[in-house]
Every structure is written in C-alpha cells, then in structure tokens.
Design a protein around this ligand. Structure first.
Ligand SMILES: Cc1cc2nc3c(=O)[nH]c(=O)nc-3n(C[C@H](O)[C@H](O)[C@H](O)COP(=O)(O)OP(=O)(O)OC[C@H]3O[C@@H](n4cnc5c(N)ncnc54)[C@H](O)[C@@H]3O)c2cc1C
Length: 391
C-alpha cells in the first residue's frame, strides 16, 4: 500500500461500491489513485436489495427479478397495485459485490485492502485513514462506516428511534405456488402485538420466493420468533406445501430522525453512515444511488460534495419525523396508516412520496389520507421541535 491516494473509499458495501462503480464509468477518475478498504472480503450473499425506479441505472445488468405489480394486504383492504411508471427490482448482494470487485480488479489505478478502519479524519490538506499499523492520507475520503452503532448515536440527540428488523428465508417449493408477476410489498394480516409488523414476499419464480418477516419496533425479537412467524405465514398462506430453505438473511435498519453527519472537510459520509436511510421506511438503495451520483458530479465539477440540506430534504425529513412520532408513540398503528395511504392514493403518487420525489400537491393528497387529529399535532410538535417525552 502507498502512503497517499487521491481517493480512499472506506467501507465497500452498497454505498462504497456504488461510488466505485460510478468512478469506474467516468473518465475523470481513470488516472486517479483509488484505495478501497473494508474489514470484510465481501464474498457472502448477506442481503437482498429491492427498490423501485423509472429508468434503468448502473446495476440494471444484475437485477435478478422485476415486478410491475405489487400487492398490499391488510385485514380491511387488499389491492394489487400497478406500479407504472415505476418497476420494482431485486438485486442480490453477492451479485453487486462480485460484479464491482471484478471490474475494479482489472483497473491498475484501484487497490484494495481488507482491514478494519479505526478512524477517518479531515485535515487541512486532505484526510487521514487510521488502520491498525499505519495511517494513510488521501485528498478525499468517502466513508460509509458507522463508527458507533446507530441506536447509540441516536440516543444522544434523536427523538425517535425504531429498528426496522427482519428475517428472510429464500424458499424453494416442490410444486408451483407463487404468482411471480406480483410481489407482496406488505401483508399486515399477521399478529400486530409487537408493533407494526408485516410479511414481505418476493416471488422470483412460481417455486421460489424471498419471504421476510418485518417489524418496526424499539427492540429486536429472539431468533425463534422470526422463524416461527415465517413458518406460520407460509402454512397459513400456501397450505401444507413442501419446501426447502435455500438462503437466510437478517437485517436491522435504523428508522430515526437522528441527523447522521454528512461528513466534514475532506471526509464525505455516505450510506447509512451519511443518513441515506429514509427514516420512516428504512429504504436506502435509491437514496444511496442518488447520493453517489451527486458526489461524482461534484468531484468532477470541482465543487464541494458536502452540502447543507435543501428545502426538499428538510421537507421529507419533517414528514419522516411526523410518521415516526405517530408510530413510536403508538398514536396509530402502521397497518392502519399504510392502509389509508394505499387505499386513497394512486400507487405512483405513493411511490413518488416514498422516494422523496413527490410535489407539494402530492404531499397534500397523502396527508389528507391519514387522520388529521393524529397527524396534525405530531406535525406541529415536529415543526416546533418539541421534544418527545421518553418513557
Ligand atoms: C439484510 C438487509 C436487507 C436490506 N434490504 C434493503 C432493501 O431491500 N432496500 C433498501 O432500500 N434497503 C435495504 N437495506 C438497507 C440498506 O440498503 C443496506 O443496509 C445497505 O447495504 C446500506 O449500504 P451502506 O454502504 O451504508 O452499508 P453496508 O452495505 O453495510 O456497507 C458498510 C461496509 O462497511 C464495512 N465496515 C463496517 N465497519 C468497518 C470497519 N470498522 N472497518 C472496515 N470496514 C468496515 C462493512 O464490512 C460493510 O462492507 C437492507 C439492509 C440489510 C441489512
């Protein structure tokens, strides 16, 4: 390893490798010396990403399944939603890691290091990255490592913090049972006693699907509780079918109004560490792609990638805080909120809203779908910065 690089990317997960992919596609970076550091080898299929978009982006070649329709199911409402102009897409973690790493292996200006990063820091002339036995310097560091757990950070200043936690099984059935043209975005017909809880079913063929048990709550469950819920759901929904579990994944994503640092000086934070998880939904893939596009554009243009939040970002941050307040204080359950939103709005408006791309008119429609007596006080509290009373 050299002591100095033009750019060091700390963290080679979704954010780090999305940025690296975009760098490899731009001639500006052809001669730049780039180092990518991650504690892990990135050779396991540790997560599956789903997201919706209108136009294909850089990872289109590794999309393993697409749906133009999704279903929303709740005790009092059921609908199949046509997503047009959006398409819901799935990418397997391992496909993204191997694709980007294989492309980068052919580039003489890109190096890799598998080591834990202890810290990153901006200096007057660039930035430093501290490893166990050495300190490297770079002109800029793009960091997606969260050096403190999200819930510990959030305790310091956030009002709302829930985990979106889930366990997913990829299953293969002996006989065809799934309609693979329709993905189940949320099925709320499961026990809600822990808080907002739903099943998420992504059929990749008539005999294979990712079945995920998801909760928005303050505490995680015992592993057996996720397993029992998935077994019970498969039996309730598909009957006594024979199936094998081909893959399992577990995730916990912070849902909070905590302001994650966007970086400082020559250190630019991205991904979960940079606040690119949508506080009220846990979706991050789309926001990470948007962030890495902007970072590349700024570096190429010679402008500072560190920006203060614009009006739109503040607006959606406020909406997230309002929804989190309602959910965390249990003013209204998630099943009712999402039922009202999905039953009273066309799907493209809801998906624009969830992608932080809706207009003020769209927002007003969405807001008028949910009970004013509950959401208006929560909005006033969030607007006025009234602190939530902790239990
Ligand atoms: C199982 C799972 C499923 C998800 N599914 C979706 C989805 O369907 N749609 C969606 O929008 N979002 C989803 N998310 C949320 C989000 O998109 C992912 O968490 C995404 O991977 C975040 O990207 P990131 O780069 O911020 O973090 P990561 O991808 O986690 O990358 C961080 C990297 O930093 C490395 N690292 C950490 N600490 C150190 C250290 N000290 N030194 C060196 N390296 C370190 C890690 O090894 C890792 O490679 C999911 C999350 C999980 C966990």
């Amino acid at each position: 390893m050299k002591p100095h690089y033009d750019y060091i990317i700390t963290g080679a997960g979704l954010a780090g490798l999305s940025l690296l992919m975009r760098m490899m596609q731009h001639p500006f970076f052809d001669t730049a010396q780039i180092l990518v550091i991650d504690a892990a080898q990135k050779n396991t299929n540790d997560r599956t990403w789903c997201f919706w978009e209108k136009e294909p982006d850089i990872f289109e070649p590794i999309v393993c399944k697409k749906w133009e329709q999704v279903s929303f199911i709740a005790p009092s409402y059921k609908s199949e939603l046509n997503l047009s102009p959006f398409v819901y897409k799935m990418i397997r973690g391992i496909d993204l890691y191997t694709t980007v790493l294989a492309l980068a292996a052919n580039k003489t200006n890109i190096s890799f290091c598998t080591e834990p990063v202890l810290s990153v820091q901006s200096t007057q002339t660039g930035a430093t990255v501290e490893l166990n036995n050495q300190k490297l310097t770079a002109t800029k560091v793009f960091n997606s490592i969260l050096f403190e757990p999200a819930n510990v950070l959030a305790q310091k200043s956030a009002d709302y913090f829930l985990w979106q936690h889930f366990k997913g099984y990829e299953i293969k059935t002996e006989t065809p049972v799934f309609n693979d043209a329709v993905a189940t975005l949320m099925d709320f017909t499961v026990d809600q006693s822990n808080g907002t809880t739903f099943m998420y079913v992504m059929p990749t063929s008539t005999t294979t699907a990712l079945v995920e048990y998801t909760l928005f709550t303050e505490n995680l469950l015992a592993d057996s509780a996720y397993n029992d819920a998935i077994y019970a759901y498969i039996q309730k929904t598909y009957g006594n079918i024979k199936y094998t579990i081909t893959h399992q994944e577990f995730g916990k994503i912070p849902m909070t109004n905590f302001t994650f640092s966007s970086g400082a000086g020559n250190v630019i934070n991205m991904g979960v560490a940079g606040g690119q998880v949508k506080g009220s939904s846990g979706y991050a893939f789309h926001f990470i792609q948007e962030k890495t596009k902007t970072v590349i554009a700024d570096v190429v243009a010679g402008t500072n990638p560190l920006r203060t939040p614009n009006f739109s970002q503040k607006k959606f941050g406020l909406y997230d805080a309002v929804l989190l307040r309602v959910l965390q204080d249990k003013k209204l359950d998630g099943a009712t909120i999402f039922t009202q939103i999905f039953s009273k709005n066309p799907p493209d408006r809801v998906f624009r809203f969830l992608n932080n791309e809706s207009s003020l008119i769209d927002d007003l429609h969405i807001m008028s779908s949910v009970p004013t007596r509950i959401f208006l006080p929560a909005a006033l509290y969030a607007l006025l910065g009234v602190k939530r009373r902790r239990a």
